[in-house]
Design a protein around this ligand. Structure first.
Ligand code: SF4
Ligand code: SF4
Length: 112
């Protein structure tokens, strides 16, 4: 089992999650974060910290595609452990539908 980052992180990227993870298993893309499924110890500490409600346990149904996306990009993107300022338009995109199709970027973020 692992926790996974899902759609509402895209363009929100508040990064409250990275400060609480005891094993530093968040990785940063241009406009979202992912969790490395082989590094996550399933502690669940990050889930309630996410203001966008984007972190879910992979035991919830329907998350297979997100688990694959987290695993793929955790190998490609840089590690992030320190929170930075969120994007200025983060609130405007909170809860918006279809963000994966509209905005997902495979480009890496800056990391720590
Ligand atoms: S706190 Fe939530 S929205 Fe923010 S970066 Fe972490 S998973 Fe994404
Ligand atoms: S569940 Fe725990 S180990 Fe996994 S990403 Fe969240 S804080 Fe890190």
């Amino acid at each position: 089992m692992t926790y996974v980052v899902t759609e509402n992180c895209i363009k929100c990227k508040y990064m409250d999650c990275v400060e609480v993870c005891p094993v530093d298993c968040f990785y940063e893309g241009e406009n979202m974060l992912v969790i490395h499924p082989d590094e996550c110890i399933d502690c669940g500490v990050c889930e309630p910290e996410c203001p966008a409600d984007a972190i879910r346990p992979d035991t919830e149904p329907g998350l297979d595609a997100w688990l694959t996306l987290n695993a793929d990009y955790a190998d490609k993107w840089p590690n992030i452990t320190v929170k930075r300022d969120p994007p200025e338009d983060a609130k405007a995109h909170d809860g918006e539908a279809g963000k994966l199709d509209k905005y997902f970027s495979p480009a890496p973020g800056q990391g720590d």
